[in-house]
Design a protein around this ligand. Structure first.
Ligand SMILES: Nc1ncnc2c1ncn2[C@@H]1O[C@H](COP(=O)(O)OP(=O)(O)OP(=O)(O)O)[C@@H](O)[C@H]1O
Length: 234
């Protein structure tokens, strides 16, 4: 169940890209609070800053001003090394184009985030098998991405994102490269991860069907959030 207000907190965040005359302000004094266990879709026009926001939440992009805190960790006060270490424990990221290593099998791709952990080979293999089963790819461990459909590749991407058991999943257009059926399967898995395992999910999407599978939808435009109206979701 959603609870614990302020799992994700943005307070007075300002962010711009570029320098000098080419400087573009993306947000100015933006605030947002997402409770633990929520599943939030973020929609908005191209260029409104959705990917910038995900990069900020992932600790990949520092803010110019304001505070970003996730589960009590103040990202804006952490150096780059500390943010990188934080990412490996707290966060899983799911990408539009999967970002799988083509020369590795599905199991090897999923295992990658575990190689930084003090786990035995056996423990790693068990965790990989568990998450591949969870995404319905138990029989595909030894296959390479080129032998798999887009939907299966995205499920490998989801398995890789959850293999470290992170509290937060960030999804950047997770259905953007998928047909309707595969998109539905990926969204079903995300919904289960939210409902059954309590993962907090923030998903950027242009896809109204994807947004409808979230608990809440926010519309980002001109540097501000508003709840998405029915016209955005139709
Ligand atoms: N590294 C960068 N350097 C300069 N400008 C950038 C950089 N990244 C993004 N921008 C600009 O910032 C604005 C917001 O980009 P962003 O990718 O966050 O938007 P978006 O809402 O995700 O767009 P889309 O829906 O098209 O993916 C855009 O005008 C973009 O050109």
């Amino acid at each position: 169940m959603p609870g614990s207000p302020g799992f994700i907190r943005l307070d007075g965040v300002s962010k711009s890209h570029g320098r000098g005359a080419g400087r573009v302000a993306i947000f100015s004094n933006l605030s947002l609070e997402i409770p633990r266990g929520d599943f939030v879709a973020i929609m908005g026009p191209s260029g409104s800053g959705k990917s910038t926001l995900l990069n900020i939440l992932a600790g990949l992009d520092p803010v110019d001003a304001g505070r970003v805190a996730i589960d009590g960790c103040d990202l804006s006060a952490m150096g780059e090394d500390a943010r990188a270490a934080w990412r490996t424990t707290t966060l899983g990221i799911i990408f539009q184009f999967y970002n799988l290593m083509p020369m590795l099998t599905a199991a090897e791709n999923v295992e990658l985030p575990l190689l930084l952990r003090p786990l035995s080979g056996r423990e790693r293999r068990e965790r990989v098998a568990t998450v591949l089963d969870l995404v319905g790819l138990g029989g595909w461990a030894r296959h390479h991405p080129r032998e798999m459909s887009g939907g299966q590749r995205q499920r490998v991407g989801i398995a890789r994102a959850i293999v470290t058991d992170p509290a937060l999943l960030l999804c950047d257009e997770p259905t953007g490269d998928l047909d309707r059926r595969s998109a539905g399967e990926a969204l079903d898995i995300l919904g289960r991860l939210n409902r059954e395992l309590g993962k907090t999910i923030v998903m950027v999407t242009h896809d109204p069907a994807a947004a409808r599978s979230a608990r809440h939808v926010l519309h980002l435009d001109k540097g501000a959030f508003s709840p998405a109206g029915p016209e955005v979701l139709s």
